[in-house]
Structure formats: structure tokens, C-alpha cells
Design a protein around this ligand. Structure first.
Ligand code: NAD
Length: 486
């Protein structure tokens, strides 16, 4: 395997740096369990360098014409695309996701975000509000230094989804990747320098929760955007509140995928596979509660199991591999625990549920399907974040909507039906921020992405993201002298 040890643990002020006094971070290749890189968590000295250089770079960057800032981001998008093969291999080594996925989903979607926000920002102007002589004009201003904190499932994409709109709006960003997948974001920081961004504009610092905590509470930080679990979201939101900082929270889910009796069954089976087994199920918006109308459930399950049995599990660096390992041993053990609970609570295991016998050195689990799942079972209530699908039955539209909404999560939802009136009627009643009709888990940068209820606050992607990385200054202009009462 190629050498993936970076030149330093952190990328700060335009170059790699390290401080071996920081706690060790071992980067483990999930397909074999071998340590492929050793990094250090940021010490207070590294955090200070990152903050000081970001403050400086932000002022310089925000003073540029938006069209010039946009050009840098679009250049970075081009470089990401040119280096897609190399970046995809790195993402695969960092996460264990199959190269056939990372080649199309990671640096590629990151490049889309840089291109989109780079192209959009120059036309994102303020407005003039006439008041019959006097008038008000508005200016969209940068917030300042933003902090991005990432989860481990899509390290490159998460870094780009946060950095692209933040930088487009004239902010600087300090990004802390997950300690489980520290490599991908470093490349983005490197590439932005190649594209012409000032040193310090995107700093990447490694670390555990204490490093995240130190960044979130620093008075120089204006905004925090987290992708992570609800537990972490609560802590980060509360810590950010003290300084009245802006937040975006992209958190977990337990999303419903509802398949009506008139749906195209093969298409619905494909969607259920993608919604549960892509990236070994480590996708926040996954449709893990698959409600299938009783009239088509036997057919649906038969086709689903037959196709799942054909999944190619193997070396993620082999382009033929469709299912790779989970990200870590801890995550694999957590998911195996949920599978045991599913069996104990009476769900019917149709396929999978094991560590594949041929892949016992990495953190693999076979794609797993449970039928006869009921709403009260643990596997139907808690986010598993692994390749475990729960299939539930239903007959009535109103009943399935109530059951789909009976959760504190609200990230995503999907509906499969040939009846478009029903599709829109049902979607309107589902409590979810990101919905699909007759497809699942497609997240183009042009569309807003995010959750309701405990699944999050704010939106990523689309024009909506600009609102979350900028603030409006409102300027009243008087055209005549001021009168006063005395
Ligand atoms: P996690 O919550 O354990 O960690 C997320 C990040 O927060 C890590 O970088 C971690 O170091 C940091 N962190 C932890 N405690 C912190 C603290 N007190 N202060 C500051 N930073 C802290 O999440 P994870 O296990 O890495 O990722 C899985 C979770 O992320 C799942 O719940 C999944 O649904 C969610 N997720 C959501 C989205 C989305 O867009 N909605 C996308 C991917 C993953």
C-alpha cells in the first residue's frame, strides 16, 4: 500500500506542522487493521497558531472581490478533479469505503461544492429597500473565523461542504477532522494553497474532543459547524451558546423509507440497498426503517435478499469490491451488538448478521436484513450506523406516516409510489429536512441538506448555506435633515 503518512499532523498557515507533545492519533486501515499513519493531536501551541493565522488570513480574504475569491475556489475544484484517483485512494485508506464509491462520491462531491459556491458568490449581492426618499441597503458580511468539526464517514466531503460556503462568504475556517479519519481534509488545505488561497485561510488541526472543545469556545471564533452524533451536537451547541456563536448542526438519523404497493419494486429494492449498505451503512441520512406495504412485502423481500446475496465484499482498493469494512473495530463491535439485540428482541434475520468468514482481519460485517421488525425494537429506534436494514410492514397511509414520525430524529425520508398525488401528500406530512420521491440518498450540492428535530439545525449546500456563513448589515440612508422634538 502507498505511504500515506503526511508531512505533519496539521496544515496551518500554509504548511504542514507537528508537535510530538500532542496525544498520538493512529490512523488504521479498516480493511486490515494495520496502522498506516501516526499523527498527533493539536497542542495549545498549534491551536494558537491556527487561530492567529486564520484571523489574519480572513481579513485579507474578505477584502477581495467576491469574483476573485470564487476563482480560487473553482481552481481548487479543478485540482481536486485532476487528482481524483489519488484522493479517492487516500479516502479509501482513511475510511475503508470501497474505491468504486470514493472515485465518484468524495473528492468529486467536494469539487462540486467548491465549484458551486465559487460560482455563486459574486452574484450573492445585498438589496436596496426604497422608503420613499430615504432607503436602506444591505450588505452580506462574513462572520469571521469559522470552525468545522467532522465525522468519520465522509472526511473529504464534510470538509468541502463546510469550507466551500464558508470561504466563499469571506470567512476563514479551522477544520478539525474526526480523529478516526484525519487524512483527507489535509489534502483540501494543501490544494487551496495551490489554488491561490492565502496561508491560514483553511487550517486543519487534528485532535480529539478536547481540541474541538478548545476551538468552539475561543473568543475569536464566530461560528461552529459540526457533523456528528446528537450527543456531541448537544455539547457543542451548548458550548457555542456561551459566546452567542452561530451554529450548524448536521447530526444523526433513523430515517423512514416508505414503499407503497404501487411502487416500482425493483427500483425500490435498489433504493433500499443504497439507503442501507452504501459505505457499509455509515451514512447519516440512511433510510434504515424500510416500511413496505403488506401487499408487496413478500415480493420485495425475496428480490432484496436475492440481490443482497450477490454483494461483493472484499478489499476496498479493488474496483470490483462493493462492500468494504466499517471504519473501526469499535464501530464494528457496536453494530454487531445491535444485530444481537435485533435477534434477541425477535426480529427475523433474513441474511447477513456476521463477520464474513473470509474477511476476519478487517472490520467487516455482511449486509444484514431483518424482517418482522416492530416499531418498539431497539434496531428500529436507534441509529446503528452500519449495514443493518430493518423492514417493517404497513397497510394504511395515515398509519405509516404516524409511525414514520414517531422518532426524535428528523434528518431524511423517502417515499416510493407511482401515485404522485400520494407522494406529495405523504412527503408534506413527514417530519424530515431532506426528502426523496422514488429515489434515495441523492445529495447534489444544489439542494439544501439538513435535518429537523434532534437531527440538526441549519442547512448545508445550496443557496441556503450562504445564510449560515454570513450576516446581514442593514444600512439606513437619510436623504433629508433630521427633525427632533426639542
Ligand atoms: P461524533 O459525534 O463522535 O464525533 C464527531 C466529531 O466531533 C469528531 O471530530 C469528534 O472529535 C468531535 N467531538 C466529539 N466531542 C466533542 C466535543 N465535546 N467538542 C467538540 N468536538 C467534539 O460522531 P462520529 O462518530 O464521528 O460520526 C457519526 C455520527 O455523525 C452519526 O451520528 C452520524 O449520523 C453523524 N453524521 C451526520 C451527518 C449529517 O450530515 N447529518 C453526516 C455524517 C455523520
Amino acid at each position: 500500500m502507498r505511504d500515506v503518512q503526511p508531512a505533519g499532523s496539521h496544515f496551518v498557515d500554509g504548511h504542514y506542522i507537528d508537535d510530538p507533545a500532542g496525544r498520538l492519533i493512529e490512523c488504521i486501515y479498516p480493511a486490515t487493521g494495520e496502522v498506516v499513519a501516526r499523527l498527533h493531536s493539536a497542542t495549545p501551541a498549534i491551536i494558537e497558531l491556527a487561530l492567529a493565522s486564520a484571523v489574519r488570513a480572513q481579513k485579507e480574504w474578505a477584502a477581495l472581490r467576491p469574483v476573485v475569491r470564487g476563482r480560487v475556489l473553482r481552481k481548487a475544484a479543478d485540482i481536486l478533479r485532476e487528482r481524483n484517483q489519488e484522493l479517492s485512494e487516500l479516502e479509501t485508506i482513511d475510511t475503508g469505503k470501497p474505491i468504486q464509491e470514493t472515485l465518484v462520491a468524495d473528492a468529486a462531491s467536494g469539487a462540486d461544492a467548491l465549484e458551486y459556491f465559487g460560482g455563486l458568490i459574486a452574484s450573492d449581492t445585498g438589496e436596496t429597500i426604497p422608503l420613499g426618499g430615504d432607503f436602506v441597503y444591505t450588505i452580506r458580511e462574513a462572520l469571521g473565523v469559522c470552525v468545522g468539526i467532522g465525522a468519520w464517514n465522509y472526511p473529504t466531503q464534510i470538509a468541502c461542504w463546510k469550507a466551500a460556503p464558508a470561504l466563499a462568504c469571506g470567512n476563514a475556517m479551522i477544520f478539525k477532522p474526526s480523529e478516526t479519519t484525519p487524512l483527507g481534509a489535509l489534502k483540501l488545505a494543501e490544494i487551496l494553497i495551490l489554488a491561490g488561497a492565502p496561508a491560514g485561510l483553511l487550517n486543519v488541526v487534528q485532535g480529539y474532543s478536547d481540541v474541538g472543545g478548545a476551538l468552539v469556545t475561543d473568543p475569536r471564533v464566530a461560528k461552529v459547524s459540526l457533523t456528528g452524533s446528537i450527543g456531541t451536537g448537544r455539547k457543542v451547541y451548548a458550548a457555542a451558546a456561551d459566546g452567542m456563536r452561530h451554529v450548524t448542526m448536521e447530526l444523526g438519523g433513523k430515517s423512514p423509507l416508505i414503499i407503497f404497493e404501487d411502487a416500482d419494486i425493483d427500483s425500490a429494492v435498489s433504493a433500499a440497498i443504497n439507503a442501507n449498505f452504501y459505505s457499509s451503512g455509515q451514512v447519516c441520512s440512511n433510510g434504515t426503517r424500510v416500511f413496505v406495504h403488506d401487499a408487496v412485502r413478500p415480493t420485495f423481500l425475496a428480490r432484496l435478499v436475492k440481490r443482497t446475496a450477490n454483494a461483493i465484499i472484499g478489499d476496498p482498493l479493488d474496483e470490483a469490491t462493493q462492500v468494504g469494512p466499517l471504519v473501526s473495530e469499535a464501530q464494528r463491535n457496536k453494530v454487531l451488538g445491535y444485530i444481537e439485540t435485533g435477534k434477541t428482541e425477535g426480529a427475523k434475520l433474513l441474511i447477513g448478521g456476521r463477520v464474513p468468514p473470509s474477511q476476519n482481519s478487517g472490520f467487516y460485517i455482511e449486509p444484514t436484513i431483518f424482517a418482522d421488525v416492530t416499531d418498539d425494537m431497539t434496531i428500529a429506534r436507534e441509529e446503528i450506523f452500519g449495514p443493518v436494514m430493518s423492514v417493517l410492514g404497513f397497510t394504511e397511509e395515515t398509519d405509516v406516516i404516524t409511525r414514520a414520525n414517531a422518532t426524535q430524529f428528523g434528518l431524511a425520508a423517502g417515499v416510493f409510489t407511482a401515485d404522485m398525488a400520494r407522494a406529495h401528500r405523504v412527503i408534506a406530512k413527514l417530519e424530515a429536512g431532506t426528502c426523496w420521491i422514488n429515489t434515495y440518498n441523492i445529495t447534489p450540492v444544489e439542494a439544501p441538506f439538513g435535518g429537523v428535530k434532534l437531527s440538526g439545525v441549519g442547512r448545508e449546500n445550496s443557496r441556503a448555506a450562504l445564510d449560515h456563513y454570513s450576516q446581514i448589515k442593514s444600512v439606513y440612508v437619510a436623504m433629508s435633515p433630521v427633525a427632533a422634538a426639542y
